[in-house]
Design a protein around this ligand. Structure first.
Ligand code: HPA
Length: 270
């Protein structure tokens, strides 16, 4: 694993020498986020040794190096989901590569279904904690000591400092920011009515098919993590509860400017 990471890093550094301070993971429908970035270099995942290749609609599949908020960053346009058939190790491989490129902070976004009845489509939810539901832990197997400890602490996976900063940024711009617990599931089916209800009862505010494995790998390596969901549908509704991928992408696209602003200001303050 370490050899694979180092080969990917060597390939990237041979093309582009910047040392990014922060990594950004863009969720479904959030690909145009990078228009706010001063782009220096784009590298397709397909070129990088050992990188899996993204297949889902709305994910273009490249690493984008540039400047955001005056800081050097690397953004993943397109991520790898467990439901696509990638192993948990493949899902988190780019996160590990970004760490070896030098990042110390990671900002993650995703599209998620809402269970909290105070939420509406288009809301942004800061993730304050998560519940992993049947997503396979990417650290299962022999621990790689060069990456982190065998038993990582998960008492504060999402940095309270960054959460508080995000709230202050949002308040200043009059952006309404929700806060809650993200349930990570495997997908690819959206939840049944009974499942949304269950997730609500166990304390979930939003549910999605990404993020948890990436956060675990990030915490393992000692990265500071911030993550935010765009609420793209309200799963808990009694009526009209059909959810489509198109509706998810559309809602994410509409919420994108707010998300971009918060990420940019958070990075500016690093
Ligand atoms: N469930 C799971 N994943 C999702 C949802 C949802 O309702 N919306 C967007 N991603």
């Amino acid at each position: 694993m370490i050899t694979k990471i180092k080969e990917a890093v060597a390939y990237i550094q041979n093309i582009h020498t910047a040392k990014p301070l922060a990594g950004i993971v863009l969720g479904s429908g959030l690909g145009s986020f990078t228009s706010g970035m001063k782009i220096e270099k784009e590298i397709a995942y397909s070129e990088i040794p050992h990188f899996p290749v993204s297949t889902v609609e709305g994910h273009s599949g490249k690493l984008i190096f540039g400047e955001l908020g005056g800081k050097s960053v690397v953004a993943m346009a397109g991520r790898f989901h467990y439901y696509e058939g990638y192993t948990p190790e493949e899902v988190v491989f780019p996160i590990r590569v970004m760490k070896f490129l030098g990042i110390s902070t990671i900002l993650i976004s995703n599209a998620a279904g809402g269970m909290n009845l105070d939420f509406k489509v288009g809301d942004l939810m800061v993730i304050k904690d998560h519940i992993s539901l049947f997503t396979i832990n990417p650290l299962i197997g022999k621990n790689i000591e060069e990456l982190g400890p065998r038993f990582p602490d998960m008492s504060e996976p999402y940095s309270n400092i960054l959460i508080n900063k995000a709230k202050a940024i949002a308040a200043k711009e009059n952006i309404e920011l929700k806060e809650g617990i993200y349930c990570g599931v495997t997908g690819p089916t959206f939840e049944t009515r009974a499942e949304y209800k269950l997730l609500h009862i166990i304390g979930g505010d939003a549910v999605g098919m990404s993020t948890v494995q990436e956060v675990i790998a990030s915490v393992h390596m000692g990265l500071t993590v911030f993550a935010m969901s765009v609420i793209t549908d309200i799963g808990i509704r009694e009526e009209q509860n059909k959810i489509t991928h198109e509706e998810v992408l559309q809602a994410a696209k509409e919420a994108e400017p707010k998300l971009t602003h918060i990420f940019k200001e958070l990075i500016a303050g690093l």
